[in-house]
Design a protein around this ligand. Structure first.
Ligand code: FAD
Length: 428
């Protein structure tokens, strides 16, 4: 089917002429033959990494033909979604369109990419259309491994929500907690690393505790953890002691906290050492790069995509770059902050590559805020640079453990400002 017929107006937000023009250019010409034509850079996935990258590409080189392929017309952000679960925020505050991205000249195709053929540099779309590229950026985020935890599949997620992709799952978990009787137990099952946003399960426990303390004070939270230690642990534990004494219990890996299976019919969570029946269970399963990365051949047997940290080029597939949660490289965290920084640095690297210049050494900065109650947050920030073929953390700073409440309040304000800034930068 001819792509010009396939890419219907309905599925392209704006800039249709650019995307069609992009798709009908010959795809197999050797690189120097494109000297006259604008290069076609396609970004798959319009989250924090992909949207930031697409916008930065157009800003850095307005001549580029930039296409963003994303199945959703509205993006729902995960940062601050734990506040939605706790009833402190509405889901709409998490939602962003691609209107500004499209206005800036990026062709936004509202479709899922279903196939990638790196030989002919062609992406197949869910509606049967296709798009060719000179350089492809994969930014599909994560997929949940529904085959990794016995008993936990897509149907089980409707009973025991992971809420690890924001949207319906977030609302489902919130409704379950709202419907729970006072005195119930909320169980959070946390997987081993690597996972999207390592401190977010503990932020979730904190904010659910905030809700329960006010509305159902006899209730408890039990964290079953496949790790012994976790990010910002001292800060979380100090906050739990101060704000929610006796409400949150955590069973670590070495105490038998690793979840080995679940039974959604009875809301039972099974670990190496015991069975726990929850009134509400949020089961966060192991994760991997978004499926399209695997289809492209960019994921290795860990399920994640190894990259060259200097230019984000896939180590497995030529002319493909991988950014955000899907990529794996040393100490770089799977966070919106890091994905956004990678999106911008990857855009700069691609513009340099296309101009025949060497990419500059990226220096990525990221900050991760954790809110444990309204007006009470702490943070961890880091700087990452390529070292020995991987990203290494070259600087880091974390909030002090014994800081006064004014410091926590200032950090809560800084967290809100961070979210506003990053979402404006990614989505306009
Ligand atoms: C509860 C929670 C709280 C969090 N809090 C924070 C926080 O406070 N700070 C922070 O920095 N990070 C936080 N994160 C992490 C953050 O959300 C992710 O790290 C970030 O979204 C990763 O960005 P990304 O671009 O890689 O993926 P995403 O933002 O998930 O975007 C991926 C996009 O790719 C699209 N896609 C997937 N497959 C295809 C396909 N085949 N074709 C086309 N498009 C496709 C998806 O629709 C999606 O829009 C949190 C995460 C969770 C779960």
């Amino acid at each position: 089917m001819d792509v010009t017929r396939r890419l219907s107006r309905r599925n392209v937000v704006r800039g249709i002429s650019a995307s069609v023009a992009a798709s009908v250019l010959p795809s197999m010409l050797p690189w120097p033959s494109f000297a006259q034509a604008a290069a076609r850079v396609v970004v798959v996935g319009g989250g924090f990494g992909g949207a930031s990258c697409a916008r930065a590409l157009r800003k850095l080189d307005p001549k580029l033909q930039v296409t963003l392929i994303e199945p959703g017309r509205i993006f729902t952000a995960c940062p601050f979604s734990n506040e939605v679960i706790a009833g402190l925020r509405e889901l709409q505050a998490q939602q962003f369109t691609y209107d500004s991205v499209a206005t800036e000249g990026v062709s936004v195709i509202v479709q899922a990419a279903t196939t990638i053929d790196p030989q002919v540099r062609k992406i197949g779309l869910a509606d049967g259309g296709s798009v060719n590229y000179d350089r492809l950026v994969l930014a599909p985020g994560i997929d949940l491994r529904f085959d990794a935890l016995p008993g936990y599949d897509e149907d089980a997620a409707l009973k025991m929500p992971h809420a690890w992709k924001a949207g319906e799952q977030t609302i489902l978990l919130r409704k379950q907690i709202e419907a729970m009787e006072d005195g119930g137990t909320v169980v959070l099952a946390v997987p081993a690393a690597p996972l999207r946003c390592p401190p977010a399960p503990y932020e979730r426990a904190s904010l659910i505790a905030h809700y329960l303390k006010a509305k159902k004070p006899r209730s408890k939270i039990l964290i079953l953890d496949a790790k012994d230690s976790f990010s910002q642990q001292k800060l979380f534990e100090a906050a739990w002691k101060e704000l929610y004494p006796g409400m949150i219990e955590r069973i670590a890996l070495s105490q038998g906290g690793r979840v080995t299976s679940v039974d959604p019919a009875t809301n039972t969570i099974i670990t190496d050492f015991g069975n726990y029946t929850a009134q509400v269970a949020s089961v966060i399963p192991p994760q991997k790069a978004g499926r399209i990365a695997e289809i492209a051949g960019a994921a290795d047997n860990t399920g994640w995509c190894p990259i060259d940290p200097v230019n984000f080029a896939s180590k497995l597939v030529p002319n493909v770059h991988v950014i955000g949660d899907a990529a794996i490289s040393g100490g770089i965290p799977k966070s919106a902050s890091a994905a956004h920084a990678q999106g911008k640095a990857c855009a700069a690297a691609i513009v340099n590559l296309l101009a025949g210049k060497s990419p500059e050494m990226p220096r990525l900065t990221g900050a991760c805020y954790n809110t444990v109650a309204p007006g009470y947050a702490f943070s961890l920030s880091g700087v990452y640079q390529p070292r020995d073929g991987q990203f290494a953390e070259v600087e880091s700073a974390t909030s002090p453990v014994n800081a006064p409440r004014e410091v926590r309040a200032r950090e809560a304000e800084a967290a809100e400002n961070w979210f506003k800034t990053i979402t404006v930068d990614a989505f306009g």
